[in-house]
Design a protein. Structure first.
Length: 129
């Protein structure tokens, strides 16, 4: 099965040795997104703004793959402070609707560029590019 590399200029360019996403068959593996503004490559300020930027970055990559956030079947959320979990839930409801994807929320000591939040995802899309 061939791999298709997905790139979007509406999401931050990769800042390391990875692709924004890789499509293999109907599965699309979206790399972790931190709250970088894709135009300026600057971090969003404040937890809510950071979380919104991460969702917008994931949305852009999902769309570049020919899907949408509605196609996400698994979402991983990494937080440097699990006390923000309630805010993540509130903001997630703006981007996802039932049936919700499977999800994990993981507390971590630190994230790239001192981000407070990072997310990655797996999408399932049929016969779309």
């Amino acid at each position: 099965m061939s791999r298709v590399i997905i790139n979007s200029d509406q999401a931050p360019a990769a800042i390391g040795t990875y692709s924004q996403a890789v499509k293999v068959g109907p599965a699309v593996y979206l790399s972790g997104q931190i709250p970088l503004n894709p135009q300026t490559m600057e971090m969003a300020e404040g937890f809510e703004a950071q979380t919104i930027q991460v969702f917008e970055n994931l949305k852009a990559v999902a769309e570049a793959a020919g899907g949408s956030l509605a196609d996400v079947v698994k979402l991983n959320i990494f937080l440097t402070d699990l006390q923000h979990f309630g805010t993540v839930n509130e903001l997630m409801a703006r981007y996802f609707h039932p049936p919700y994807p499977a999800r994990a929320a993981i507390g971590v000591a630190s994230l790239p560029r001192d981000s407070a939040v990072e997310m990655d995802a797996i999408m399932h899309i049929e016969n779309r590019q």
